[in-house]
Write a protein that binds this ligand. Sequence first.
Ligand code: ZN
Length: 636
Amino acid sequence: MRTKRRSSTPGMKNMTLHLFGAAQEIGRSCFLLKIFDKAILLDCGIDPKKGGKERYPDLLKYVADANMGKTEQKTITELIDFVLITHYHIDHSGAIPYLVEICGYSGPIYTTHPTLESIPILLNDNSKLDQLGKGQRFFHAKPKMLENSLKNVIGHGMEKMVISGVSVTPYNAGHVIGSVMYFVEYMGASVLYTGDYNMTPNWLLRPAALPMLCPDVLITESTYGTVVRSSKKIRDREFLLKVHEGVSGGGKVLIPVQALGRAQELCLLVDMYWERMRLGHIPVYADSWMRERGNKVFGRFREWTNVDTDTKELENLFEYKHIERFRAEYLQQPGPMVIFSSPGSLSGGTSLEIFKELAPHKENKVIIPGYCKNNLLDKKILEGGEQDLKVGNEKISVKLQVENLSFTSHTDKKGILQLVMQVNPASVVLVHGDLPKMVALRNTIKRAISVPVSMPQNNTCHLLDTRLEMMEGVLRKDGKPCLYSEQGYPWRKKCSGSSGVGKLIEEYETRLVAALRCVPAHKREGVRRVFVRECIGGYAMKQILKARMNIGTHGVARTTALLFPRKGRTIEEIIGEVVVLFYPERLVQRVAESEVAVDNGLSVLFEEKDDRIRASVKYTEANTRKMMSVLRHFKS
Ligand SMILES: [Zn+2]
């Protein structure tokens, strides 16, 4: 396996991430996270756009590489401690049969109860599509295989678990019912893997919301990393308006939808609208399974939904007042109607059959409510206008109106940034997105919170830094403390001219930001506000202070901090807290009554005035000499 080295810090890394898919692309999410001696497979999906071997994560190659040149050959079950599945979509769960039946994995696979319930439904649908399409040439899971491959899948709730010594905490991801993010902690290192998520609520689901977990690494999806979407309310209204327009003109409206989730959400929306607008005379049809599946999954997992039980009884949630079961002969009825049908893309199945019927008539309409640009037929249809399309060996003349609405259960750029700010990671890895969008998103995140952001490639092993390793990287150069570097004091040269001082301060602030990130919350209690001047490093510092520590900032002179201590604290205590806050794990010496020197040659002078404390940071030769002598003393 190709190894990509990101950090220049020497020595062994304790955390790595092998990417088997969804790296700089969408689909086939499957990552092996290694923390010290543990190996955890995060998701195990297929790429539904691809056929053959490319459809699956190349886990067999990983096993072969791991065993190369070794006398003792390990099986995949010995190489992977356990598997975590974030949600039921096939690009996250579809390769489970492959993992078990072809790769021979027999260890535990964990997922939430609703996902456990939904995976067989989705895998069965996928298996049928596989049979029709290109997947079958490489591997096709027969029903017996499907059943067998799911017998080691274990359902869990939302409480913290300890799995083979690793602490795993699920958090609601708001993407589809039962979808979660996983927060993994082991031996002081921690990773948050988001899977797919949504930061805004919809009719059925609560949004993702997380505490400040401060993970070493955040692995986040970036599907809509450059898009800021209109509000959910506006989108709902736009959708209903388009449906209403369609039937007002006397046409039939087809809405192709995903099997589970989107279907129930949109049916609910239309049902309530039909009631409100008194449109009961216009029939609305849906495949029978929409109600059955909705009740089976949503009805059983009440605590996972966002349904307000005051306005609608959950038991009867999918007993729609205005939606009837669809039958093929209804298509021959004259007059307007609305039809919900699956699959969500027009790649086959019932929705394609209905589309073929409706396509030749101008008054009809198809509303595609999702992400479908990778399906060739959908793409052509979306181009709109009158055209002749070849579907299989049939030729259809398309005259109907085409609408596309971005009803997605993925978060947008704003949501991704919101999550990053909420959880406060030390570094970010972007997955599940298109490369150009990832590049733009990386820059946005870096600007907002100045943490390292990477976007590794498929089939590579990516090195991850723990927070401790990052901290060491900040305080050391080439593995040694900065002051003992071969070249002598590294900032000395930079400080000769006036611009040199600027560089020094910049570097000081960069380090300060990194240091702040490592201070535990309970140590920040004494400080309420810090005044920071607007400058390059200062901007990042302000962002960090505000977002991470809820400390307000205001611009004053560069590198001067004005502190508002809580009542009843002595200046001694305040100095102690500021030192811990700004200089954790550094050597700090008291050089005067209210002045401390830090081992980088900076000193901080504290002045008390009107219930405030002014902390000025300065750099002096004298302080450097003083600290050098202290360090020498420590060394001997
Ligand atoms: Zn998904």
